[in-house]
Design a protein around this ligand. Structure first.
Ligand SMILES: [Zn+2]
Length: 224
């Protein structure tokens, strides 16, 4: 499956997607970054993708709040613009997954909390037995999904190398500890679905865990 978008079309999709995620409180305080690959008809065309620029309110993005990026995180347009610090993580995913057309990254409360308090000794969060797992591309709920949980690092070169080392086959995502989740899809719609599925799984785990300790605590979870 190959999906093509012009930079203008990609911006329209990302504006709408970011607005929706912001409304769910998944991109607060200008956090997170979203990108769409810009494909070319040329053979072996270099990687290009449109990504949200740093520091803009994700609930009110405009067509001017994006940058077109090439290999090595190089900003192609507009001249002099600054891309997100996490651009190299998007690039790592696009390089590894040729089929990926969109990479979405959000900072949610549940993802941040679980990544600090529920990571298993093997460095993963495991999800199983839930029907919603099928939304990640599996045929059955009877699988154990291992989501890599990776130490956060402000050195994006080291971090992207670690991400590539830790990715699990067939699992579209990873979580950065104390930070947020990354996922991707063959289409922007699939990447959006993956964000929604991961967040459902995180909220389920939060609720199951906290209410096991304190049956009244689910009242506190209404914020999410
Ligand atoms: Zn981030």
């Amino acid at each position: 499956m190959s999906t093509k978008f012009t930079p203008a079309e990609a911006a329209d999709i990302l504006i709408e997607t970011a607005r929706g995620f912001y409304a769910k409180r998944w991109m607060e305080g200008t956090s997170g970054n979203l990108s769409i690959r810009i494909r070319s008809d040329e053979m072996d065309a270099p990687l290009r993708y449109l990504i949200t620029a740093s520091g803009h309110d994700k609930g009110a993005l405009t067509a001017n709040d994006f940058v077109l990026v090439g290999e090595g995180g190089q900003v192609l347009e507009p001249a002099g613009a600054k891309s997100s610090a996490e651009t190299l993580l998007h690039e790592a995913i696009y390089q590894l997954h040729e089929e990926a057309t969109a990479v979405y990254h959000v900072h949610t409360l549940a993802a941040t909390y679980l990544s600090m308090h529920a990571v298993e000794p093997e460095g993963v969060l495991t999800f199983s037995d839930l029907e919603m797992i099928k939304g990640l591309g599996f045929d059955t709920h009877e699988v154990a999904i291992r989501l890599p949980a990776i130490e956060n690092n402000q050195d994006m070169i080291l971090l992207s190398q670690e991400v590539l080392r830790r990715l699990e086959p067939f699992v579209p995502g990873f979580i950065l500890k104390g930070h947020g989740v990354y996922t991707w899809g063959r289409t922007p719609a699939e990447a959006k679905r993956h964000v929604e599925i991961w967040e459902f799984l995180f909220q389920y785990r939060m609720m199951a865990w906290v209410t096991a300790v304190n049956p009244q605590a689910n009242l506190l979870l209404n914020r999410m």
